[in-house]
Ligand binder design. Structure first.
Ligand code: SF4
Length: 358
């Protein structure tokens, strides 16, 4: 018999760590580093969820490095951008990105359960909460007025940081738009705050349009027993689960780390979907590999793990030109080391430069 679904007990959880003072008090930041990290935190928000605090074993490990501020974030390179994937370029109304004809991104909240140091939306996350009602109305009116839109991607921030009641209300409104057949959540919550995958949320997701959940996770050490149980609750509810991973220098840029992550995902009924080349967000060059390094890792995985475990390695072309799989037909070398051209979905070529190493 299935385990009963738990109800979320937020009053019993330890609280998230949201400041350098919190991290210092927990022994995760040394006193000597605090002033420099305060400056970083003033620019880019800090939040470490209780589940990720529990998964973190050492301030230098693969979990810690994703969430603990680093002095190197103060170093902004000329090629780095405030809006690296160009959401704003394709925004017909606030809170909505309409880049491709058949789908839109609806930014339902700016809040997350964690603030990742490499986040491509790090300029905005945490700045406000849920999308204001009048902006949500305008975004849904845009979707309703465009019958070519078949899929609505809920993102943010993290859409599953909203309450089940609020998520249910948004889904109920999307259900009234007949041409919307799929709603896709992009979320870190099943891994970083698994307690939120409770009976109320599962009930809210049981709706037409079909709900798919894309789980963002970057290292197998994030996926503890509670995250596995949350994924099981979602898969038992019949919700297709996919994953998205960012390739991160010093965190998962090894064949072993990626192999373990993708095997862990598939064993938990999550199909690896995308491996993202790290975006050009400000202050993140220490996380970026070169494209050649990423392609070599993907090639090395081919013979080691089954096709079921293989995500597509993609680049979100800076400037809002969309995703390109980093395959030979979409890439050409210019002859200058680290200088590539990448082809977008409309056949146009764009320059891309690998990070410069100091
Ligand atoms: S959870 Fe997603 S949107 Fe939020 S900070 Fe992390 S990467 Fe960015």
């Amino acid at each position: 018999m299935a385990d009963p679904l738990p109800l979320c007990p937020p009053h019993r959880l330890p609280r998230a760590l949201t400041s350098i003072a919190d991290l210092r008090a927990d022994g995760l930041v040394a006193a000597a580093d605090a002033p420099a990290l305060e400056a970083v935190a003033a620019e880019f928000r800090v939040r470490l969820s209780p589940a990720m605090r529990a998964a973190l074993r050492d301030p230098g490990d693969a979990v810690a490095r994703q969430f603990l501020p680093d002095r190197r974030e103060a170093r902004v390179r000329p090629e780095e951008l405030a809006d690296p994937i160009g959401d704003a370029v394709h925004s017909p109304v606030p809170g909505l990105t309409h880049r491709y004809p058949d789908r839109v991104i609806l930014h339902v909240t700016q809040t997350c359960e964690v603030y990742c140091r490499f986040c491509f939306r790090r300029e905005g996350v945490g700045s406000t909460g849920a999308l204001p009602a009048d902006q949500l109305d305008a975004a849904l009116a845009h979707v309703a007025a465009h019958p070519a839109i078949r899929e609505v991607i809920l993102t943010g921030g993290d859409p599953m940081s909203l309450s089940a009641r609020r998520i249910g209300a948004i889904l109920d409104r999307l259900a009234t738009i007949p041409h919307v057949g799929v709603v896709r959540f992009h979320t870190r919550v099943p891994v970083v705050a698994p307690e939120r995958i409770d009976a109320g949320l599962i009930a809210a997701l049981d709706i037409r349009p079909a709900v798919h959940v894309v789980v963002h996770t970057n290292h197998a050490d994030e996926i503890g027993a509670e995250a596995r149980a949350a994924l099981r609750r979602l898969s038992r509810a019949g919700i297709p689960l996919l994953s998205q991973t960012v390739l991160l220098r010093g965190i998962n840029d090894s064949v072993g780390a990626l192999e373990t992550l993708f095997r862990t995902l598939i064993e938990n009924r999550v199909t690896p979907y995308y491996l993202h080349h790290c975006d050009l967000a400000r202050g993140t060059s220490h996380f970026r590999t070169t494209i050649a390094e990423g392609r070599a890792l993907v090639a090395a995985l081919r013979g080691r793990i089954s096709g079921l475990c293989q995500p597509t390695y993609v680049l979100d072309i800076p400037g809002g030109h969309g995703k390109a799989p980093l395959t030979a037909d979409n890439l050409r070398e210019t002859g200058e080391p680290g200088h590539w051209q990448v082809r977008d979905w409309q056949g146009r070529w764009h320059d891309y430069r690998d990070p410069v190493r100091d």
